[in-house]
Design a protein around this ligand. Structure first.
Ligand code: UDP
Length: 253
């Protein structure tokens, strides 16, 4: 079957879905870091992120967080509702790491006095600059009411996921969320979109502080594939076939 490719990003391809208002997200093994300057492949990542994100989106839906997720279709694809992506990356931080340490001269691993929500503009050419509410409302990327919803949902996601990961011995250090507008008749709702995976979260082992996320790729720490597998294993979603379909199918068009 030939499907129309809507968009190709760094880690995913979006295809037109089987019914109007749906989209298929195909998860690739490609990884990028430092605004595309570093490129690589993490074998099996797409398969694992598809499962991990499915699992987390379903758990979040159970507590009443509305998401774009419909169902997983196969090893590398999931069906989602078509939304209008709000061009903002919402980062929630619990512990100082990454960019935050650079920006504020904090030591990595310092617990923050409370969870901090930050906004970045989704714009590769500009290197995703950090922005604040003023920029978002002045340029019309989102209305004040939308931002209130986004902030509330982000903090709820943080509380829930922090507990969920703690239950499997992982600290949720920080993560990035994206939201979309879902139109139904004349009504608009803001829903959680994109993915939640070790590509978009920092996860540290509670006992050893070992990093089990994309920082292993960013910083050449080795055992990158193993880290993604370990997160999937702890969440109980590691495919039984073992270390997954290795090379994976080529993206079909
Ligand atoms: N993040 C992401 N996509 C981005 C930037 C950040 O998923 O384009 C995630 C990243 O994995 C981390 C959190 O958001 O869990 C905070 O990242 P940070 O701002 O520290 O940037 P980094 O140091 O990763 O460049």
């Amino acid at each position: 079957m030939r499907r129309r490719r809507i968009y190709e990003g760094k880690a995913k391809v979006l295809f037109e879905g089987p019914e109007p208002g749906t989209v298929v997200q195909y998860f690739k093994d490609d990884a990028t870091a430092f605004n595309n300057q570093k490129k690589g492949t993490i074998t099996g990542k797409g398969v694992l992120n598809n499962r991990i994100s499915e699992y987390l989106m379903v758990r979040l839906a159970e507590i009443g967080i509305q998401t774009h997720f419909v169902r997983r279709l196969n090893m590398r694809e999931q069906l989602v509702r078509e939304v209008e992506i709000i061009p903002i990356e919402v980062v929630v931080r619990n512990i100082a790491a990454g960019n935050f340490c650079k920006r504020f001269g904090a030591d990595e691993g310092t617990p923050l006095p409370r969870s901090i929500v930050e906004y970045y503009l989704k714009n590769d050419e500009l290197g995703d600059p950090m922005i604040c509410e003023e920029h978002i409302t002045a340029f019309g990327w989102a209305a004040t009411q939308d931002l209130d919803d986004i902030m509330q949902m982000s903090l709820r996601v943080n509380d829930f996921l922090s507990g969920l990961f703690m239950g499997v011995g992982l600290k949720l250090v920080d993560f990035k969320l994206e939201f979309g507008r879902l139109w139904e008749n004349e009504e608009m709702r803001i829903v959680l979109a994109d993915e939640i995976s070790p590509d978009s979260c920092r996860l540290w082992d509670v006992e050893t502080q070992e990093k089990l996320d994309k920082d292993r790729f960013r910083r050449d720490l080795g055992k990158v594939e193993e880290a993604y597998q370990e997160v999937a294993r702890r969440l109980g979603v590691l495919p039984e076939a073992g270390p997954v379909d290795i090379k994976g199918p080529k993206v079909m068009q």
